[in-house]
Design a protein around this ligand. Structure first.
Ligand SMILES: C[S@@+](CC[C@H](N)C(=O)[O-])C[C@H]1O[C@@H](n2cnc3c(N)ncnc32)[C@H](O)[C@@H]1O
Length: 272
């Protein structure tokens, strides 16, 4: 093993022992990139020095925690995915008396509000409970507040239209100075909570789980764990939605699912 790989391994072990956050099964390339960037920014001599600092300085650890969780997101990301949800998933959800949805790795909440808007337009929001979780408390707070920079709105409006939005996107927020605040009516049935996919337990009886652009940062073992977690958390015939670069097809859990909309990575748990 290379010298640097040993240092990275020890650093991740130290984080786990001291703080209980488990990054040991994240893809090495992405973790190494984040560590190098932080090394440069903080003028530390090497990874061992970084390890010493994070063990003695919780604020520095929190900075690194933020570095490790990549938060890039947007409203109606991959618009064709939302069109597929409207076309193939919503008609089935409409037949249920109530609906439970889990957004795992929701980042700052743009994906959650996109779904809430779609459900509202389909008359389903009132009977839906949406759990939105993330490992990172800082982004969860942003998600809960539902306040986004006004300069993002042009792009989000275009995405909303491409995603088959039925109204004007401005119906869903109030503009204030350089920010927009998502309307209260969208937040009513949202529950935000910290949850770590690497170490925490399942959420029961979900009709739909969205975990998009999260598993891409996990190695095979951790992906396996998370797929098990999702399989256990879904009701029979529940839906699992992954990101465009992610796939269930090579996992042990594939046998429990059928591909509902293959191009959009929407899977459905089998009845067995
Ligand atoms: C790139 S964002 C994806 C956001 C959104 N799902 C989307 O597709 O736009 C990845 C999110 O996964 C979260 N994450 C990373 N590791 C996690 C873990 N072990 N448990 C829960 N969330 C995690 C990060 O904090 C980050 O907010």
């Amino acid at each position: 093993m290379e010298h640097e790989d040993i240092e990275v391994k020890l650093l991740l072990e130290a984080i786990y022992i001291k703080y209980g956050y488990d990054f040991r099964n994240y893809t090495k390339a992405s973790i190494k990139r984040r560590i190098s960037q932080r090394l440069m920014l903080s003028n530390l001599a090497n990874i061992s020095a970084m390890q010493h600092l994070l063990l003695t300085n919780k604020v520095f650890f929190e900075t690194l925690l933020h570095d490790f969780s990549i938060q890039v997101t947007e409203m109606f990301r991959d618009p064709s995915f939302y069109i597929a949800i409207r076309k193939h998933v919503i008609p089935i959800l409409k037949t249920y008396p109530y609906i439970k949805i889990w957004h795992a790795g929701c980042a700052s909440g743009e994906e959650v509000y996109s779904m809430a808007i779609l459900l509202k337009e389909e008359g389903l929001l009132e009977k839906t409970l949406i759990y939105a979780t993330d490992i990172n408390e800082v982004v969860l707070k942003k998600a809960k507040d539902g306040i986004y920079p006004v300069e993002k709105i042009k792009e989000y409006t275009q995405n909303y239209q491409k995603a088959g939005g039925l109204k004007s996107f401005s119906n869903y927020y109030t503009a204030k100075y350089d920010a927009v605040i998502m309307k209260k009516e969208l937040k009513k049935n949202l529950i935000f909570a910290q949850h770590n996919l690497a170490t925490d337990h399942d959420f029961g009886e979900m009709n739909l789980i969205m975990c998009r652009n999260v598993l891409i940062y996990f190695d095979d073992n951790l992906q396996k764990r998370v797929y098990r977690l999702f399989t256990n958390s879904l009701v029979r015939q529940g839906f699992l939605c992954l990101g465009s670069k992610e796939s269930l097809n090579f996992s042990d859990s594939y046998k429990f699912f059928e591909e509902s909309v293959p191009n959009e990575k929407i899977y459905r748990k089998k009845i067995i």
